[in-house]
Design a protein around this ligand. Sequence first.
Ligand code: DGT
Ligand code: CA
Ligand code: CA
Length: 574
Amino acid sequence: MAQVSNADIASAFEQIADLMEILGKDPFRVNSYRKVARVVGDCPADVGAMAQAGQATDLPGVGAGSAKKIVQFVTTGKIEVLDELLAKVPPKLPELLEVAGLGPKTIAKLWKQADVVDKDSLAQAIGDGRLLSIEGIGPKKVQQLRKALEFAAQAGGRLRLDEATEYAARLVAVVAAIDGAESPTAAGSLRRGRETVGDIDILCTTAGRGRAAKIIQAFVQTKQLEIDKVIGAGQTKASIVLAGGVQVDLRVVQGGSFGAALQYFTGSKAHNVRLREIAVNKGLKLNEYGLFEGDRQLAGRTEDEIYQALALTPVEPELREDHGEIDAAGQGRLPQLVAIDDIRGDLHMHTTASDGLESIETMVAACRARGYAYMAVADHSKSQVQANGLDAARLAKHHKAIAAAASGIRVYFSCEVDIFKDGSLDFDDDVLATLDMVIAAPHSALSQKRHDATARIIRAIENPLVKVIAHPSGRLINVRAGMELGIEEIAAAAAANDVALEINAYPLRLDLRDTHVHAVVEAGAKLIINTDAHTVGHLDYMHYGVLTARRGWAKAADVVNTYPAAKFEKWMQR
Ligand code: DGT
Ligand code: CA
Ligand code: CA
């Protein structure tokens, strides 16, 4: 049997939808394929296996036809319909979908009207001016495509959350300094805390109607930003591209619509569509200006009043993905999400003993200064040769140094012990037993398939000396996919063995990811949020781990490092 991951299935269905759209097929069918892609991509269970057991149609939006295609894909590695569609377009045409600002409809035009069949011919067509003969494509669009093509060549196209957060802080400061602009706020996927962000959406209010256009002009002319390109600058909206290729949308709204606009532009689109349906069912209209009954605005100044007017508990931005939050809000059973202030310790960090840049003393002082009640030093084990991993003798010396450095905060002696590909560990039990807390983590053989990867992690969980599994999939965002995990089986094993699964807050990792976290919470297993800091500054990354936990519906009680010191100690020693 071919090993097919949920991500593989999702991207195959996404490709079917894209190709159908390029070929001008029925939009309704295109959308139903996109829905399947989204549902499969977010599903914690192995959809290939579900399909073979005849259960794929249990998933929302997956009909008998899609289920059959999934089975075909899993058993043969191919989907007939996809191959037929691929045969109808030039072989490298689909690579154009990676270029930002190019959707299937534009690609169809480029292909039919300008003989663009791949990235190279697009670059040529941009160079020789051929694109300008296409209806709907002007010099601005051509310039935007030129930039996007460069950006696509150097990155995955989506910005990491930490990078986007830094850009947004600067953008908010720039807007705040513009005369008449008030309450600048980041919206979009950034506000929802997604691990990557396509573009940055900023919103602000202004008192007078005439002032919005002035704010837009001031923004696109600011000298505080390195603006590469102004894509558009209208009465209330600007789109710019910063040097480096990051796109920013700014919208200026009236104060009375701020909540409605913030809600709308925070998204997600899927969440908004559901919300609008609820409004329509009540005979109301919901848009970025407010909630209306006829011409009368019922709500719009704050987000909360919009949700409340629709008989919903206000939904935290991190939950707005149409993953069941609307029903939960209607029934008043949304979780009280874990917050950064709930965190009482950071249990995974490195020092100069392995590949960290700071001494034990410096890390201890930094954690104490943050007000943490406890922390753990967890340097690498011996197989991590490139990270100067510790052998048993150096580990014993390190233990003494940690004990000597501890003051004013409880410092646990830990080690990030390598999990080999068969699930065995880098140290024997007698060495592991000297540690206060064993953190086990995969670092090699990360292209392992789902079945083997799941067995590997479960074997580590079942070792009675292991307390935490760190960055369980080993993925690096925009760099490598890591292992696909059978997260439900892993979470069940973690719950049974009282092992915590880490949300590694290092923004390149965010591993476990949001959908995994949700499965862990559902299974009643425990999480731990750690920064994996290699410098003092990295301790700040805790915030990204908390966002990921919130996106996975985690409450403080689900996260062991929210426990008071005595309770944490008890959990650790169990
Ligand atoms: P991104 O930028 O790809 O990471 O994702 P978002 O969610 O930031 O998406 P973006 O920037 O295209 O649009 C910002 C928000 O605006 C989006 O989350 C929801 C709202 N929005 C955009 N297009 C539509 C639409 O066609 N319908 C509805 N209901 N909302 C939309
Ligand atoms: Ca966005
Ligand atoms: Ca946007």
